[in-house]
Design a protein around this ligand. Structure first.
Ligand code: GSH
Length: 209
């Protein structure tokens, strides 16, 4: 059993990968410290913790370090096998795995798009940007159909896949054009209901700089 209390979680204020772990820790009442980094700047001290210089990374009070949101969550849930956020049936396990995978893919698409927008207009790869747009619109249309009439992905209770999808919805709103989510009212209703939880309110990404 790994002990996550009194751990240090290295994050950046807007990272969706970090936020899925932050919300998970908050939902489980973990007492931990957040170390906020600017990942667009060199962080020599952090590179000693994670040579890849990526957030999230967690340093347990034992000194052990786990990097990558999937690895952190995997280790966390192995140590919290009675968590109410865990899937109870085969159907729930499949739904959770499916939508958590999709959520992480959405983070990647939004980041790829955002990084292009940081380049001077003439250097942007329009093919990549349009591919991201197509992938996000198609995926969100699929989620809109799926979530209609449901409060949670499993139908009955909050799971890590809900955390991951609501983090994705907020991150798309932060980094991508507004109209990509224009036709997703059911998604909006679902995100708003879960987004009022204190764990989401506390970790809400600040507006873009
Ligand atoms: N697969 C990793 C992705 C983490 C990631 O890409 N983090 C970004 C912030 S959103 C980062 O630290 N980027 C800085 C860099 O790659 O130098 C995870 O799930 O934790």
């Amino acid at each position: 059993m790994l002990d996550f209390s009194k751990s240090k979680l290295f994050i950046s204020a807007r990272s969706p990968f970090a936020r899925r772990v932050r919300v998970c820790f908050d939902e489980h009442g973990i007492n931990y410290e957040e170390v906020v980094l600017d990942v667009f700047k060199a962080n020599p001290e952090f590179e000693k913790i994670n040579p890849l210089a990526r957030v999230p990374a967690v340093q347990l009070k034992s000194g052990s370090v786990i990097i990558d949101s999937n690895s952190i969550l995997d280790a966390f849930y192995r140590s919290h096998q009675k968590s109410e956020l865990l899937a109870h049936s085969e159907r729930e396990i499949v739904l959770n795995a499916q939508w958590s995978g999709i959520a992480v893919g959405l983070y990647e698409q939004a980041i790829q798009y955002y990084l292009e927008t940081l380049r001077p207009v003439e250097k942007r790869d329009l093919e990549i940007m349009s591919e991201c747009e197509g992938n996000v619109r198609r995926t969100m249309a699929e989620f809109e159909r799926f979530i209609k009439g449901r409060a949670f992905i499993t139908g009955s209770h909050l799971s890590q896949s809900d955390i991951d999808m609501v983090v994705a919805i907020d991150y798309l709103r932060l980094r991508c054009p507004e109209d990509w989510l224009a036709a997703t009212q059911e998604t909006g209703r679902y995100g708003a209901a879960i987004g009022i939880r204190p764990s989401f309110v506390r970790t809400k990404p600040p507006p873009p700089q």
